[in-house]
Design a protein around this ligand. Structure first.
Ligand SMILES: [Zn+2]
Length: 89
């Protein structure tokens, strides 16, 4: 049974990251998860044809037009975060 300790160690290692990630980042992560389950790095935001703000997918400001782009692109183009839907910064 010489592999058993190794297997236990592996299980332990797999179980650790979420535990370590929770305390400090929980509020921010919950915010992200509500919108999207993927990585925050590649956040997609939405802009309108005429506005200067970028938005989350469900924002009511997007009723007229909606154009998807990455958060990085939106910031590079000079868009700022919407105050209503609080998209990622
Ligand atoms: Zn918005």
């Amino acid at each position: 049974m010489r592999y058993l300790p190794l297997a236990l160690l592996l299980l332990f290692a797999l179980a650790m990251p979420p535990v370590l990630a929770t305390p400090a980042q929980a509020p921010a992560m919950m915010h992200q998860l509500a919108h999207h389950k993927t990585k925050a790095r590649q956040a997609t935001v939405y802009v309108t044809e005429t506005g200067s703000k970028y938005h989350r997918a469900g924002c009511s400001s997007l009723r007229h037009s909606k154009r998807a782009m990455s958060l990085k692109e939106a910031k590079a183009a000079g868009y700022t975060a919407c105050k209503r839907c609080h998209p990622p910064k």
